[in-house]
Write a protein that binds this ligand. Structure first.
Ligand code: GDP
Length: 193
């Protein structure tokens, strides 16, 4: 898929105020600093569609972008901010859960994982909750350029192993590097089909 047009539509905290659910939607989420903004900018080939390296905790909204007038790309606020209060965390949980459970046109959620990290509780818990709720998701490993190819393969294998101990079916996985512009086509192809 060629991204001809990518434009910001709106940000808000209430799924009911999101754009009319009349186009297919794909959401992106992960721990803070995982490389989500960089990945979105790479996918859309826009240098600063999603802002990179915003101060953690500052982007606690559901952000909609319209791609080629055909589908919505949704940038969801990340989890795992160390400095966020309990109240803020609960607000985040309510907002995200409401969105994920009720958004009719949400086709798939992409969960981003920094490829250098072994499976972290916050990620596993988040994915387990998605699985239990029957919300389809794929995994995107980010920052692959930070490791050697063999190390990347080992990390992905390790992750697969961990997940297969928890579930019968392991979700589809993608390896990406925003730095090296890698992994873009496979993700866009999945969205396209
Ligand atoms: P976000 O908080 O998840 O939106 O993460 P950002 O996209 O802002 O990235 C966090 C940091 O990781 C920034 O310093 C980015 O430059 C860096 N980063 C993001 N993606 C990559 C990547 O693919 N390779 C490398 N080497 N650094 C990356």
């Amino acid at each position: 898929m060629k991204v001809q047009e990518a434009r910001y539509v709106m940000s808000n905290s209430d799924y009911q105020k999101c754009p009319e659910p009349d186009l297919p939607e794909y959401a992106f989420i992960g721990r803070s600093n995982v490389g989500k903004s960089s990945l979105i900018n790479m996918l859309t080939e826009k240098k600063s569609l999603a802002k990179t390296s915003q101060q953690p905790g500052k982007t606690q909204l559901i952000n909609h972008y319209l791609i080629n007038d055909l589908w919505y790309l949704v940038d969801l606020p990340g989890y795992g901010y160390a400095k966020v209060s309990k109240v803020e965390r609960e607000k985040w949980e309510t907002m995200i859960n409401d969105y994920l459970h009720n958004r009719q046109n949400l086709i798939c959620t992409f969960v981003l994982i920094d490829v250098r990290h072994s499976a972290l509780t916050a990620d596993l818990e988040f994915m387990a909750a998605l699985g239990e709720a029957g919300i389809p998701f794929h995994i995107i490993f980010t920052k692959a350029d930070k490791l050697k190819p063999g190390q990347v393969a080992n990390k992905v294998e390790e992750y697969k192993q961990t997940l297969s101990e928890l579930w019968e079916e392991v979700p589809p996985m993608f390896v990406t590097s925003a730095e090296k512009h890698e992994g873009r086509d496979a993700i866009l192809k999945t969205i396209e089909t």
